[in-house]
Design a binder for this molecule. Structure first.
Ligand code: ADP
Ligand code: MG
Length: 259
C-alpha cells in the first residue's frame, strides 16, 4: 500500500449487458491441495475488478486459470464465449484476446522493447512486420515511452519495463486485461506511472481484472472489489461499500492490516 492514489475517476460505464467472463462452480487442485473452491464469478464487458486477499489465497491461480496458464479441474470457465477445457484447440486465440501483465514484467531480455512488442503479433497473429511495428509504436506512445523502442529491457527502469509489458499486451488487441500485482515489484516513485497507464486503459472501457493491494487504485477505478481467502471468494462489493462496510471478519482483518 502506497499513497500513490490516483485522482482520476473513469468515465466508462460500470457494466454492459455483454458477458466477458463466466466462471461457475470452478475448482482447482495442485496435487492434493485444493487451491480454488467453488469459484463463481461473472465479469461483464467493461468491468474493472480489483481482487485482493492475503498471500496464498489463490488470486494468481484464479487469474492464471482465465487465460489457461493453469488448468482447472471441475466447473466451467467461459471467456468471450469460448469454454476453456481440454478439448480446446485454439488456446492461442484465447490468449491473444486475454492480455496478462505480471509482477515481474516477464519481458524477453535479449529482445529490444520494439521486438518484445512485435514478437507475438508477427508469430502468433501473423501480422506483417511493418504493420506490427506501427502498432507497437502506437502503444509505446500510449504508455509514453516511444523513445525507448530500441533499448533492451535491462536498460529501463522498473516502471518503464512494466509499461512496456502493458504495451506488449495491448499489441495483441486483447478484449480483456489481467494484471497480477503489476506494481508490487516497483519502487514507490514508479508505482504512479504504471497506475496512471492502467487508469487510462480503464477510461477507454477495457475489461480489467487487477490483483492489487493498491486500495487507492481500487477506490478510483474499480466498479467491484473482490476479497479472496483460502481459495474462496469471501466477499465482493462496489468499492465504497467494500471499504466502509466490510461484512466478513476475514475481510475486516485483512483491511485492518493493509490500510
Ligand atoms: P496468491 O496469488 O493469492 O498469493 P497463489 O494463487 O499464488 O496465491 O497460490 C495459492 C496457493 O497455491 C498457495 O498456497 C501456493 O503455495 C499454492 N501454489 C501456487 N502455485 C502452485 C503450484 N504450481 N504448485 C503447487 N502449489 C502452488
Ligand atoms: Mg499472487
Amino acid at each position: 500500500m502506497t499513497d500513490a492514489a490516483p485522482a482520476a475517476s473513469p468515465a466508462a460505464p460500470a457494466t454492459s449487458d455483454e458477458v466477458a467472463i463466466e466462471i461457475r462452480r470452478m475448482n482447482k487442485w495442485y496435487g492434493q491441495f485444493h487451491v480454488l473452491r467453488d469459484i463463481d464469478l461473472t465479469v461483464m464487458r467493461g468491468e474493472r475488478i480489483v481482487i485482493c486477499g492475503p498471500s496464498g489465497s489463490g488470486k494468481s491461480t484464479l487469474i492464471r486459470c482465465i487465460n489457461r496458464l493453469e488448468e482447472h479441474q471441475t466447473g466451467t470457465i467461459i471467456v468471450d464465449g469460448t469454454e476453456l477445457n481440454s478439448s480446446l484447440r485454439n488456446i492461442d486465440k484465447v490468449r491473444s484476446e486475454v492480455g496478462m501483465v505480471f509482477q515481474h514484467f516477464n519481458l524477453f531480455p535479449h529482445l529490444t522493447v520494439l521486438e518484445n512488442c512485435t514478437l507475438a503479433p508477427i508469430w502468433v497473429r501473423k501480422i506483417p512486420r511493418r504493420e506490427a511495428e506501427e502498432t507497437a509504436m502506437h502503444f509505446l506512445r500510449k504508455v509514453r515511452i516511444p523513445e525507448q523502442a530500441d533499448k533492451y529491457p535491462g536498460q529501463l527502469s522498473g516502471g518503464q519495463q512494466q509499461r512496456v509489458a502493458i504495451a506488449r499486451s495491448l499489441c495483441m488487441r486483447p478484449r480483456i486485461m489481467l494484471f497480477d500485482e503489476p506494481t508490487s515489484a516497483l519502487d514507490p516513485e514508479m508505482i504512479k506511472e504504471v497506475l496512471d497507464t492502467m487508469i487510462e486503459l480503464a477510461e477507454e472501457g477495457m475489461t480489467m481484472l487487477v490483483v492489487t493491494h493498491e486500495m487507492g487504485f481500487a477506490q478510483a477505478v474499480a466498479n467491484r472489489v473482490i476479497f479472496m481467502d483460502q481459495g474462496q471468494i469471501v466477499e465482493q462489493n462496489e468499492p465504497g461499500e467494500f471499504f466502509r462496510n466490510p461484512r466478513s471478519e476475514r475481510t475486516k482483518l485483512f483491511l485492518s492490516q493493509i490500510l
